[in-house]
Design a protein around this ligand. Sequence first.
Ligand code: BG6
Length: 469
Amino acid sequence: MSQLAKFPEGFLWGGAVAANQLEGAYQEGGKGLSTADVSPNGIMSPPDFSMKDFNLYHEGIDFYHTYKEDIALFAELGFKAFRFSIAWTRIFPNGDEQTPNEQGLQFYDSVIEELLKYGIEPVITISHYEMPVHLVKEYGGWKNRKVVTFFERFAKVLLERYHTKVKYWMTFNEINVLLHAPFTGGGLLFEDGNKDEQAIYQAAHHQFVASALAVKAGHELNSELQIGCMIASMVTYPYSSKPEDMFTALSQDRKTLFFSDVQARGHYPAYMKSYFKENGIAIQMEDGDLDMLQQHTVDYIGFSYYMSFVASTDPEHVKQQTSGNLLTGIKNPYLEASEWGWQIDPVGLRTVCNMLYDRYEKPLFIVENGLGAVDTVEADGSIQDDYRIDYLQAHIREMKKAIGDGVDLIGYTSWGPIDLVSASTAELKKRYGYIYVDRDSEGKGSNKRIKKKSFDWYKHVIATNGEDL
Ligand code: BG6
């Protein structure tokens, strides 16, 4: 690694959020009900359509009303980019309407204008962990081909409206979530609770086609647009040098890489075709689907990175489990874990960057990374989140090494620059922000924003373009 590695000029430093985790105002501005609105216990739990339980997502951190003051804080941090998602149900409340809800679009017009006012590059995720409930109830979610058309309409409305203002886009957040949380990822419900792989992979195919259609539409409108995929990266280490452990790790990684393989290389990989054959999975395709995938591949690889995983064939090792956002996994004896059991592995980030760049040779964009932790407000009102600084510093160092390795890395938007509702456990106790929000997991608090110690630290990192960590 070159000791002279530097973050490139114009590196996109910033933060990332998702509509359903911070906007709140779930019934304002003509918004329809989304899958997040009926998931009071987070993405890994079954939905509750009765809506009896308290749901923290309904109010989020009220960003819908506070976006101006929050964006002013991002500007103070020196953000170059801000990644956010568009709530599908603000634009098409039911999902199958012909015309969009103008009031919903106006909200995002204002958010984008506010960002541009400060010179912050808006980065849009078209779909982040939510879809209209109506599309679940009436059509069965993404396993139904019709949803491709509804998504295409939604994506085109956004691309047409914002293509002169927004250069960076991604189609589906952590598209591989479909395998682990099929309701969140694809609006799929399985009556007996057993995941039906046929339906899951059919839904994945529909999302691939929908994503390619969005890439096509975006490039036709403006060839400068950069439209990426977004995967939850899950690098897997073999527990030991036992050859079977290595093969298990490879197989586990392929479950994730399958998604970026299709979106970045433009075809179904051989290993997946074999898997489908062996498991009696038959994907229904329409004429032209495969050409569409081939011709409209993504411009960059967006990914989240929080932790690494371990694979073993030894039942004794398999027993030692730890948790993660989408998957539980085997505990790695070499790593510390967060309070939520997510194993902290900065070097793994360098490995992932190299792996993905070797595989695709397309620019990489780290669009999520961070430490979920409990923060304490001291008597003097300060929040001393040194643990967060340590985590981020160690990861940014490894990013720099990856750049030295030759990786084309274009940006880093850490997760939840302002505290927001967690996705896996639907709580506010687990915080990621540089900005504290005075609101607890019961939704109580003043909603006041307080700068944490990490605020000044990250501000300095950005100001020095990552030279002084
Ligand atoms: C990613 C998601 O998986 O992890 C985010 O894209 C999520 O939506 C983030 O918030 C962190 O997970 P959690 O469960 O700590 O919020």
